[in-house]
Design a protein around this ligand. Structure first.
Ligand SMILES: Cc1cc2nc3c(=O)[nH]c(=O)nc-3n(C[C@H](O)[C@H](O)[C@H](O)COP(=O)(O)OP(=O)(O)OC[C@H]3O[C@@H](n4cnc5c(N)ncnc54)[C@H](O)[C@@H]3O)c2cc1C
Length: 414
């Protein structure tokens, strides 16, 4: 197959499908290639939190506009994605958490967010079944929300298709063709796709696509785990709560519980290449870091992750110990929930950047290459606007936001 498009988007997660949708809406001829199934990796595996709360100030203007997208997304895409705007709560148990919560308040005031500090009795009012015994208050943002990760990227992909985009599953992009410093196409499993612009929305795999072009993208894979309970006889008022674990009740009454506090890093070759760039982040979070040296490293040494066709979908093992601990903590916080056991559990590899900020950028050399990746554990909420921003950069040649903090060059400066 040999075809010509204006833009080829690589990656069918929330960022790639949103980019394809907004590009098609702007009248571009778009192909979206996905090495596995649409929404197979991070974008379907996350907790579903959509938050301004706790974000870096550089992301907040985009996130505020993204909330507008979330509010109208079901009408825009013509599908139900279980969007609920009922708030995000971070429960305070100790002085460290209080200090961390209070430190966000000047940012909240600067951007006029609805964030406020709640007393423990206000927490108990909001969460009727919650055992507030250890609670010393909470940071709460009423206008944050949540949605069903399994539904959003597929809805964007279907909407993009209706607007004429070509969506190709089980089609890995193998490399990016460059002629005289300009993007000329993508070599894919289905043949060459000629195009003027390429969007890398390839999540955890982005550094592997950029490396042959001499562009450094120092992301490391951090494993996040989630378990889903059966239907529980409690009402969590549709909030996303970070207590002693993180949780969100689905519309069907089941609760997704996450090992929230731990960053579990499976050591791989990139850990040694890029690890030193993560030292400041690691030293701030050293208590919560877990490392493991095992199968992922073996697979990396055998070259499995250098090939985009061996792992159609990254499907790491959940951290069962952490999930068991989280279920115990949840049961303490909700005694009336009864026995908490998981009906299913899963994990996903998060593409973390050293400063926990994404890359959203027109690379420059080669020209025509755009990167939207490295969303560092909070890209589900931001994903739709990241896709729209990349589409604006391509279709209008500009963005409404200051993208300097998200430059692809920022790690090459020191
Ligand atoms: C357990 C967990 C919990 C999280 N919780 C939250 C949360 O509550 N809120 C929040 O905002 N964020 C959360 N996140 C982060 C969020 O899920 C991600 O930031 C976001 O989904 C990233 O979207 P993406 O489209 O960039 O990447 P992905 O969804 O990973 O999509 C990238 C796609 O690119 C494809 N691809 C890669 N290379 C190629 C290639 N060569 N050819 C073709 N296709 C390719 C991959 O197969 C993949 O499908 C969480 C993540 C995890 C794992």
């Amino acid at each position: 197959m040999s075809s010509r498009f204006d833009t080829v988007v690589i990656g069918g997660g929330i960022v790639g499908t949103a980019a394809a949708y907004y590009l098609a809406k702007a009248g571009k001829r778009v192909a979206l290639v996905e090495k596995g199934r649409i929404n197979g990796e991070q974008s379907s595996r996350n907790w579903g939190a959509v938050r301004t709360q706790g974000r870096d100030p550089s992301e907040i203007p985009m996130m505020l506009d993204c909330l507008k997208i979330w509010r109208s997304i079901e009408t825009e895409l013509g599908e139900n994605i279980d969007w609920r705007q009922q708030g995000q709560m971070r429960v305070i148990y100790d002085d460290a958490m209080r200090e961390r919560s209070e430190s966000f308040m000047p940012i909240a005031r600067e951007f006029d967010l609805t964030t406020r500090l709640l007393s423990s009795s206000e927490v108990a009012d909001l969460l009727p079944h919650y055992n507030a015994q250890d609670c010393r208050g909470a940071l709460f943002t009423a206008t944050d929300g949540n949605a069903e990760p399994e539904k959003v990227a597929p809805a964007f992909a279907r909407a993009a298709k209706r607007l004429g985009a070509t969506v190709m599953e089980f089609t890995a992009a193998l490399s990016i063709d460059v002629w005289n410093g300009v993007v000329a196409g993508v070599a894919s499993e289905q043949g060459r796709l000629g195009c003027e612009t390429v969007v890398l929305a390839s999540g955890a795999w982005t550094s592997r696509l950029l490396k042959p072009l001499g562009i450094e993208h120092p992301s490391l894979w951090v494993r996040g785990s989630v378990g889903r309970t059966g239907v529980l006889p409690i009402d969590m008022r549709k909030l996303v709560v970070w207590g002693k674990c993180a949780y969100r009740q689905r519309p069907d009454g089941r609760v997704n519980i996450a090992v929230a506090e731990d960053g579990f890093h499976d050591l791989m070759l990139d850990s040694f290449v890029h690890g030193f760039k993560f030292l400041p982040l690691a030293s701030r979070n050293w208590r919560n870091l877990r490392f493991s040296l095992g199968k992922p490293m073996m697979r990396d040494l055998m070259g499995e992750f250098a090939d985009f066709t061996t792992h159609r979908t990254l499907d790491p093992q959940p951290d069962w110990k952490g999930l068991k601990r989280a279920a115990g903590r949840f049961a303490e916080e909700y005694p009336s929930a009864g026995l908490v056991h998981y009906e299913r559990a899963w994990a996903g590899y998060i593409d973390y950047m050293p400063d926990e900020l994404p890359v959203i950028d027109a690379v420059g050399r080669p020209s025509g290459l755009f990167v939207a990746a490295g969303l560092s554990g909070h890209g589900f909420g931001l994903g739709p606007i990241v896709g729209k921003t990349i589409a604006d950069l391509i279709a209008k040649g500009r963005s409404d936001y200051d993208l300097a903090p998200f430059s692809s060059q920022r790690f090459n400066r020191s």
